[in-house]
Ligand binder design. Structure first.
Ligand code: CP
Length: 308
């Protein structure tokens, strides 16, 4: 089977079959990653550039590891240490890199739509590693893989996405993916961090009371407060945010049921999650990171395979 799309620009453009194909391929690659020799020759003739115009720890390292596990040749580009800092345009930069016979571009950019723009102007396939406040498709795929691994299936699952929904590409990609796969989705947080149109536009439930959201859900996917994307204050202080929307052990214990805690990282410890929750038995945060490698291997393998 092949993906229906040349690029992975967002979950919005994927079919249910695409998502199932990526998740089942990731299961096979996760098995490879349990072996003593964690490497396969699948992409040994492919060269991939990781083009990062915005900071990253998990996504950048996970893509690089996935590429190396698939035996691809890898180039890493960080905008801050490149000629982009001298004013070179995105298109000039990418065309120069592609002229060195690079086959596939993985790109993170602070501008929403940057990978979509690039897709219209270059011949190579593009994988979106997070664009502004638009989408972070591989994060949603690894989140789905992790939920499925922990709880069996996505259909019928109740997932609450909690916190800074307004600025979150993770929330956007998760809403698309979970609904395509038959899960129920709620967004929860302060009214100032939840877009007014979200219920009509996405068909998700909206809840402003944290405890009610936690009582409803099987899984809480907790988001980072993205102060760097807020032009004006949207709540009074981090301390007040934490008092109303921070998740601590006492709150979890008061629910009278077990829920799964997820977070895409990086965590603001003591703000959206206390350490005893982030590091506690309900948390699958590091499983998400582990699964990111297998999921990205699946995405790269399927995108490269579609080109052949
Ligand atoms: N989850 C995520 O995108 O983390 P990084 O910003 O560290 O890549």
């Amino acid at each position: 089977m092949k993906l229906s799309t040349k690029h992975l620009l967002g979950i919005k453009h994927l079919t249910t079959e695409d998502i199932q194909l990526i998740l089942s391929t990731a299961t096979q690659f996760k098995e490879v990653l349990q072996r003593p020799v964690k490497k396969v020759p699948s992409l040994r003739d492919i060269t991939i550039v990781n083009l990062f115009y915005e900071n990253s720890t998990r996504t950048r390292m996970s893509f690089e590891l996935a590429e190396r596990r698939l035996s691809a040749d890898v180039l890493n580009f960080a905008a801050s240490s490149s000629s982009a800092a001298k004013g070179e345009t995105l298109l000039d930069t990418v065309n120069n890199i592609l002229s060195m016979k690079v086959d596939l571009v993985v790109m993170r950019h602070s501008a929403s739509g940057a990978p979509h723009f690039l897709a219209k102007h270059i011949p190579a396939a593009i994988v979106n590693a997070g664009d502004g406040i638009n989408e972070h498709p591989t994060q949603a795929l690894l989140d789905a893989f992790s939920m499925q691994e922990k709880l069996g299936q996505l259909a019928g699952l109740k997932v609450a996405i909690i916190g800074d929904i307004m600025h979150s590409r993770v929330a956007m990609s998760n809403m698309y993916l979970l609904q395509k796969m038959g899960a129920e989705v709620m967004v929860a947080g302060p009214p100032t961090l939840i877009p007014k149109y979200i219920s009509e536009a996405f068909g998700v439930k909206v809840e402003y009371n944290l405890k009610k959201a936690l009582q409803w859900c099987d899984v809480a996917n907790v988001l980072r407060i993205q102060l760097e994307r807020q032009n004006q204050p949207l709540f009074s202080s981090l301390r007040e945010y934490s008092l109303a929307y921070g998740i601590n052990r006492r709150l979890l214990d008061s629910l009278g049921k077990e829920i799964v805690i997820m977070h895409p990282g990086p965590i603001n410890r003591g703000v959206e999650l206390d350490s005893d929750v982030a590091d506690g038995s309900s948390s699958i945060i590091l499983n998400q990171v582990e699964n990111g490698v297998a999921v990205r291997m699946a995405v790269l393998y399927l995108i490269a395979n579609r080109e052949n």
